[in-house]
Ligand binder design. Structure first.
Ligand SMILES: [Zn+2]
Length: 126
C-alpha cells in the first residue's frame, strides 16, 4: 500500500486518472467535493491502494482554505496534513482505476463514509 506524505507523490498518482471517460461503476462518486457515499453504492467497487495518514503526526482538525473555500466546496484544496485529508485513505475504482479519497466520519451510531475524487488540480503544494 502506498503511504503518501508529500503533495508531489499525490500529484503523480492523481495524474494517472482518466478524467475524460465515463464509468458506470463509479459515476455516482464523481461529484468534485466531499459527499457521503450513496447508500446504494457498493463499497467493494473501490479498492484500497494507499493512505494519506501519517501515524507520526498528531491528529488535527485544522483545515486549509487559503482562498475562502470550506470543507464541502467543490474547489476546496486537497491538503496533505490537514483535516480531513490526514484521515483519508486512497481508493481506486476497480473498473476505470479512477482514484478517490475516503474517510469515515463518526456520527454517533454509524460511520458516515465520505468520498471525494482525487483531482490533480486541487492538490495544495507543500
Ligand atoms: Zn470507475
Amino acid at each position: 500500500m502506498l503511504k503518501i506524505t508529500h503533495p508531489n507523490d499525490l500529484l503523480e498518482l492523481a495524474l494517472t486518472n482518466k478524467l475524460t471517460s465515463e464509468c458506470g461503476t463509479c459515476n455516482a462518486l464523481m461529484n468534485p467535493g466531499w459527499e457521503s457515499v450513496p447508500g446504494s453504492f457498493n463499497l467493494k467497487l473501490l479498492k484500497l491502494i494507499g493512505t494519506l495518514r501519517n501515524e507520526d503526526s498528531p491528529e488535527t482538525w485544522e483545515e486549509y482554505h487559503p482562498n475562502g473555500t470550506h470543507s464541502w466546496s467543490a474547489d476546496a484544496p486537497i491538503a496533505i496534513g490537514y483535516h480531513p485529508y490526514s484521515r483519508c485513505d486512497i481508493y481506486q475504482c476497480i473498473d476505470c482505476t479512477r482514484k478517490y479519497l475516503r474517510y469515515g466520519e463518526y456520527g454517533g451510531y454509524y460511520i458516515d463514509e465520505r468520498v471525494r475524487p482525487l483531482n490533480a488540480y486541487l492538490i495544495a503544494k507543500g
